[in-house]
Write a protein that binds this ligand. Structure first.
Ligand code: BES
Ligand code: MN
Ligand code: ZN
Length: 502
């Protein structure tokens, strides 16, 4: 898709379609009003006859509106003017894109960024429109034998902004929106791959390819031999039962002149399949545990967005690739493992494997003397119980970092909510035989998992993002979401001083 911005009046556009909003009940937006005037009340007459009420998501496609140069006018219902919120705005864009794509307009001029969304500026509206557009156009059809594309798909979208003064922020918004969308797409593409294709080595080849494609990015691979040499025994224990080798991928991004910065370190859980191991999971829905590498996919995607944006910072991205399988040499409940940090862990459930992998990576990254570390992981089913599928769980002992991340989640629309991380929860990890157990018992599973990780993240500022409920969708829309790429990319944008307030 090609995006651009323009500032002009609707009647003067010569396009396959112009898109304007109508509020409920039957109230024209200012732009629709202009079209109505020039067409001698053609549109208001239709509304009076009851063709469109203006409810959010309703659409009405008109052809050859009198005195309008464009072939079509798409009226889009926007709900009550005062009530138009961010979620509805995105839904309206999605509906618009789907309609355009199905009705043969290969290009369109869209006036929807002129709608009023509470406390959001033109930059936000254009960027969200770009991201929502790319989202609606995504599909994963690699393994479909007979896939038919739309006959006349939408190819070019022009966003109209209210004043010429806003053209520059509009351009920025498109650039940022596209970078986020590319990262999201990359994350989805990798995560949607089946687990017989996407194994830890596959994650490494994807990371290596990305680092080849972009300057400022370099790649290194740590196979089992290398992981052994640096003492990552806990990570290795999880992968031991799998025929696929455990591979940790490290991507280093450094903008020119930032060689001496302390890096921001991003770590993603990359369980390319989590069967539970000896503590085997129940069968229903187990296929979805191919998405247990959603954290790694999110970090790969974020590195992609970062490389597209060429932000003036230093970032290390790590994919902790591993597969958790039952086997004769698999790790078992009761095993005591010495982690890279020297702390010992009694394994009480082999299905609590994510933390066993991540704890060693958290120790490994100490050597970077990081500015801060963020890990993201589909870590606990408990997080899905607590927050469902809309909001990721954020846990951090460092208030400023937590606030910064919540702010990024708010700006990007990729929602996260902070859960507490009080030391009283640490007691649930008590073990009779080792320094700690790998599970914390019945209550607060997301918090005790983060407590476990916190014991390995003492040497730097750290935050943990549990994306168990948000990394993919189940049911008929089953598929990866690309989250938390938007939030993490926003975090990096904000860190590089690229926040835009107009
Ligand atoms: N990958 C799972 C968590 C998960 C489950 C994510 C369902 C998304 C949907 C993780 O490795 C796991 O199995 N966690 C266990 C921990 C328990 C044994 C303490 C869980 O949540 O049941
Ligand atoms: Mn598990
Ligand atoms: Zn898992």
């Amino acid at each position: 898709m090609e995006f651009s911005v323009k500032s002009g009046s609707p009647e003067k556009q010569r396009s396959a379609c112009i898109v304007v909003g109508v509020y409920e009940p039957r109230r024209l937006s200012p732009v629709a009003e202009q079209l109505d005037k020039i067409s001698d009340g053609y549109i208001s007459a239709l509304l009076r006859r009851g063709d469109l009420e203006g409810k959010a998501g309703q659409v009405l496609l008109l052809h050859h509106v009198p005195n309008v140069l464009s072939e079509r006018v798409l009226l889009v219902g926007c709900g009550k003017e005062r009530e138009l919120n961010e979620r509805q705005y995105r839904q309206i864009i999605t509906k618009t894109i789907n309609t355009l794509n199905e009705t043969g307009s290969m290009e369109a001029v869209c006036f929807l960024p002129e709608l009023h969304v509470k406390s959001r500026n033109t930059y936000w509206k254009v960027r969200q429109a770009v991201e929502a557009t790319q989202e609606s156009l995504y599909s994963f059809t690699n393994y479909k034998s007979n896939f038919e594309e739309a006959r006349r798909p939408l190819r070019k979208l022009v966003f109209n902004v209210p004043t010429r003064r806003e053209l520059a922020v509009g351009e920025k918004a498109i650039q940022h929106g596209l970078a986020v969308a590319k990262g999201v797409e990359q994350a989805k593409d990798v995560a949607n791959q089946p687990p017989n294709v996407c194994n830890p080595e596959y994650l490494a080849t994807q990371a290596a390819q990305l680092c080849k494609d972009f300057d400022n990015l370099s790649f290194s691979r740590f196979g089992e031999k290398e992981l052994e040499e640096i003492g990552m025994h806990s990570y290795l224990a999880v992968g031991r039962g799998s025929a696929n080798e455990s591979v940790m991928s490290v991507m280093e991004y450094c903008a020119p002149g930032h060689e001496n910065d302390k890096p921001i370190v991003l770590i993603g859980k990359g369980l390319t399949f989590d069967s539970g191991g000896i503590s085997l999971k129940p069968g229903a829905g187990m296929d979805e545990m191919k998405y247990d590498m959603g954290g790694a996919a999110g970090i790969l995607g974020t590195m992609r967005s970062l490389a597209e944006l060429q932000l003036p910072i230093k970032v290390v991205g790590i994919l902790a690739g591993c597969e958790n399988m039952p086997a004769g040499d698999a790790y078992r409940p009761g095993d005591i493992i010495t982690t890279m940090s020297g702390q010992t862990v009694e394994v009480l459930n082999t299905d609590a494997e994510g933390r066993m992998v991540l704890c060693d990576v958290l120790t490994y990254v100490e050597r970077y003397e990081p500015e801060l570390v963020i890990d993201t992981a589909t870590l606990t089913g408990a997080c899905v119980i607590a927050l469902g599928h809309h909001t990721s769980g954020l846990l951090s002992p460092h208030n400023p970092l937590a606030h910064e991340l919540i702010n990024s989640s708010d700006l990007s629309g990729d929602k996260a909510w902070r859960l507490p991380l009080g030391e009283e929860y640490q007691e649930q990890l008590q073990s009779n035989f080792a320094d700690m157990a790998n599970i914390g018992g019945k209550g607060a599973g997301t918090i005790t998992a983060a407590c476990f990780l916190s014991r390995f993240a003492k040497k730097y500022n750290w935050a943990h993002l549990d994306i168990a409920g948000t990394a993919w969708k189940s049911g008929k829309d089953k598929g990866a979401t690309g989250r938390p790429v938007p939030m993490l990319t926003q975090f990096l944008l904000s860190r590089s001083g690229q926040e835009i307030d107009e």
